[in-house]
Design a protein around this ligand. Structure first.
Ligand SMILES: [Zn+2]
Length: 165
């Protein structure tokens, strides 16, 4: 396995996907193909959570399964295998999503002027408060101009950091 499960970013990513109990499945999952019931026994995680976890991993291409028909009973058995080698790709996708999101937010900050209500009802763009003659649309109190230079600066810094990664 080429995935460093001690890496805090990778661990965070997986833990976000499968949750805390699901992480026990990820960490204690046997190497060979196993049924979900076997996973539950080995990992001591409740079966419903094991199933949920395996399904989430499957959806994110971090697990595969194979169906096998029992010759005697005719029942289908699902044999699962976790393969975390796609984690790095997943991480990259998540980072790109985050980066694009931040860029959109920065664009919005750069394209707008912001006003905040003196009662802290919220933050409004110019178009909104221009219509209400600079009164808060929700409580009717005055709104004051907010200099968002610091906000923009910290966004730019964060974008820079993510791009350097
Ligand atoms: Zn208000």
């Amino acid at each position: 396995m080429l995935v460093d499960l001690d890496n805090i970013v990778i661990r965070g990513l997986l833990s976000n996907l499968v949750g805390e109990e699901g992480m026990n499945v990820v960490l204690k999952m046997p190497e060979e193909e196993v049924t979900d019931e076997d996973v539950a026994i080995v990992t001591e995680v409740p079966l419903n959570i094991v199933r949920r976890t395996l399904y989430i991993l499957f959806e994110n291409r971090l697990a595969t399964y194979r169906r096998e028909r029992n010759k005697d009973s005719g029942w289908l058995t699902y044999l699962w295998k976790v393969d975390l080698s796609g984690t790095n790709e997943l991480l990259e996708n998540e980072m790109n999503k985050l980066l694009n999101n931040l860029k959109l937010k920065l664009d919005f900050e750069e394209d707008n002027m912001f006003y905040i209500c003196v009662n802290n009802c919220g933050r409004f763009v110019f178009n909104i408060v221009a219509e209400t003659e600079y009164l808060c649309p929700s409580c009717g109190e005055e709104v004051i101009f907010e200099d968002n230079e610091k906000v923009k600066q910290s966004m730019r810094k964060r974008i820079q950091e993510l791009q350097n990664n």
